[in-house]
Ligand binder design. Structure first.
Ligand code: ADP
Length: 433
C-alpha cells in the first residue's frame, strides 16, 4: 500500500517536472532576446525546484539571481545610453550637413532625417516611421530606394520638385548594410541612405547660359540678315540706282547696332571676369554728373526734356571708379530720355543713408514699367517693349551693365515705377567717409 502511494507521488513529481520542462522549451523558443531567455529560464527553474528545495536555500538562490539580474540590467542600461548617445552624435553630424539626408529601413519607412532635408522639402515635424512616398510624393525616389534595398546597388538620378519652387536635386541612394550577420555569415541588408544635393542654382545658371546664347544669336541675326539683304540688292544692280545711298545708310545703321551689341557684351564680360581693374577713389558726384549731362544733353534737348539736379552739394562724395560711375549715369539718363514723352522731365537727387552709402535717384515722368516686368528689367536682353527699344536704338543690355557696374563697386540698384506716370531708378555707392 505504502509502496503504491510513494510511486504515485514520484510519478506526480516527475510529470510536474516534465510539464515545466516542456513549458520552458516552448517559452524559450517564442522569446528571441537572450536577456529575456535568461530571465525566463531562471524563473522556471526556481519555480520547478520550489517543490523540492528547502525554503532558505531557495531564498539564497533568489537573492543571487536578483544580484545577477541587477548587474545585467545596469550593463544593459549603459549599452542603451551609449547607443542613444551615438545616435544623437550621428544626428548632430547629419544636421551640420548642407545636403539633405534621410535613412529608410527595409520597408521604405523613414528612420532618420536631417535638418537640411526638412528645410529643403518643408517637411512636417513628425515624419519618423512614415513611408517615403507619403512624405515626399515622388514615385521615382520611392522606386530607387526600393531597388537599392533589394539589389544592394547604389543609384543616382536627378529629381525636380513639381512645386512652384522648381527645386532640382542630384539624388544619391546608397544601400545600408547592417552589422548583424545571419547564420550563413552574410551581412543583412537594413535599408538605404538617400542624399539630396541641391543643384537648383547650377540648373538656373545653365538655363541663363542657354538663354543668353539663344538671345545673342537672335540679336545678331536680325542686323546681319538686313545687312546681307541690302548688300546683295546693291550687288545685283541697285548700286547704280538712285536709292543706293539709302541702302548704304541702312547697312551703316545695322552695322552700328551690331557694334553696339558687341561692345555692350564685351563690357559685361569684362566686368564679370573682373578683367578690368577697378580704380576706386573719392569722387564728387555733382562733378561727374555735370560731365555726364554733357553727353546726354543733345538727346534731351531733342525731346525738350529738362534735367533737374536737386540737393546735390559739391561736397557729396562717392567711392567709385570714374569710368564705371559715368557709364551708370549715362545708361540711366539715356533710358530716362528714351522712355520719356516729349516735354517730359528728369529729376536727379542724392542722399547719404544711415549706412553711410550715397543713394542716387533718377526720376522721370515717362511711360513707366508694368509691375510684373520690374524684377526682370536688369536681365540681359530683357525689354518691356521689344519693338520700341529697337526703334530707339536699344540693345536690352543697358540696365544689365548698370547692375554689374554698381555691384562691382559694392552697391545696389533697383527701380520703382507706375505705368503711364514714370519711373525712378535708384542706386547706392559707398561714401568714402
Ligand atoms: P534698352 O537697350 O532696351 O533700353 P535696357 O537694359 O537699358 O535696354 O532696359 C531694359 C528695358 O527696361 C527697356 O527695354 C525698357 O523697356 C525698360 N526701361 C528701362 N528704363 C526705363 C525707363 N526709364 N522708363 C521706362 N522703361 C524703362
Amino acid at each position: 500500500m505504502n509502496r503504491t502511494i510513494s510511486w504515485k507521488i514520484f510519478a506526480l513529481v516527475l510529470s510536474l517536472l516534465l510539464c515545466f520542462l516542456l513549458l520552458q522549451s516552448v517559452l524559450i523558443l517564442l522569446v528571441e532576446k537572450p536577456f529575456l531567455q535568461a530571465t525566463l529560464l531562471s524563473f522556471i527553474i526556481i519555480a520547478s525546484l520550489a517543490f523540492l528545495i528547502p525554503k532558505r536555500f531557495l531564498q539564497w538562490i533568489q537573492s543571487e539571481y536578483t544580484k545577477r539580474l541587477e548587474t545585467v540590467n545596469s550593463a544593459w542600461e549603459k549599452t542603451v545610453q551609449q547607443i542613444s548617445r551615438e545616435r544623437d552624435n550621428l544626428q548632430k553630424v547629419l544636421n551640420e550637413m548642407t545636403e539633405g539626408v534621410l535613412v529608410v529601413d527595409e520597408r521604405n519607412r523613414i528612420r532618420m532625417v536631417n535638418d537640411a532635408l526638412k528645410t529643403l522639402f518643408s517637411l512636417p515635424q513628425e515624419i519618423l516611421g512614415k513611408s517615403l512616398l507619403e512624405i515626399i510624393r515622388h514615385s521615382e525616389l520611392e522606386e530607387a530606394a526600393r531597388q537599392t534595398i533589394e539589389t544592394g546597388k547604389s543609384k543616382t538620378f536627378e529629381l525636380t520638385l513639381p512645386s512652384s519652387s522648381q527645386k532640382s536635386f542630384e539624388v544619391n541612394v546608397v544601400p545600408m548594410i547592417s552589422a548583424w550577420r545571419d547564420h550563413s555569415g552574410d551581412t543583412k541588408g537594413y535599408g538605404a541612405m538617400v542624399v539630396f544635393h541641391d543643384i537648383s542654382r547650377l540648373k538656373e545658371l545653365e538655363r541663363i547660359r542657354q538663354d543668353f546664347v539663344a538671345n545673342v544669336s537672335h540679336e545678331l541675326r536680325t542686323p546681319l540678315t538686313t545687312i546681307k539683304g541690302y548688300a546683295e540688292t546693291l550687288l545685283e544692280g541697285a548700286l547704280k540706282e538712285e536709292s543706293a545711298p539709302s541702302f548704304v545708310q541702312v547697312i551703316l545703321k545695322h552695322t552700328d547696332r551690331l557694334t553696339k551689341i558687341v561692345e555692350d557684351l564685351l563690357m559685361i564680360s569684362k566686368i564679370e571676369s573682373q578683367e578690368s581693374q577697378l580704380s576706386l577713389e573719392p569722387l564728387s558726384l555733382s562733378e561727374i554728373l555735370e560731365e555726364t549731362l554733357e553727353v546726354v544733353a543733345e538727346n534731351a534737348k531733342k525731346k525738350k526734356i529738362p534735367i533737374i539736379t536737386s540737393g546735390l552739394p559739391d561736397s557729396l562724395l562717392v567711392k567709385a571708379d570714374r569710368k564705371y560711375l559715368e557709364q551708370i549715369l549715362i545708361n540711366l539718363l539715356d533710358n530716362a530720355i528714351k522712355y520719356n514723352r516729349e516735354g517730359g522731365k528728369i529729376v536727379i537727387s542724392a542722399t547719404l543713408t544711415p549706412q553711410n552709402d550715397v543713394e542716387v535717384a533718377i526720376q522721370d515722368n515717362g511711360i513707366g514699367i508694368p509691375k510684373e516686368d520690374i524684377p526682370r528689367i536688369f536681365e540681359r536682353f530683357y525689354r518691356v517693349d521689344k519693338g520700341r527699344s529697337k526703334e530707339l536704338g536699344g540693345t536690352g543690355l543697358g540696365l544689365s551693365i548698370v547692375k554689374h557696374l554698381v555691384q562691382a563697386q559694392g552697391g545696389k540698384v533697383w527701380a520703382e515705377s507706375q505705368p503711364g506716370e514714370g519711373s525712378t531708378f535708384y542706386f547706392t555707392l559707398p561714401s568714402p567717409r
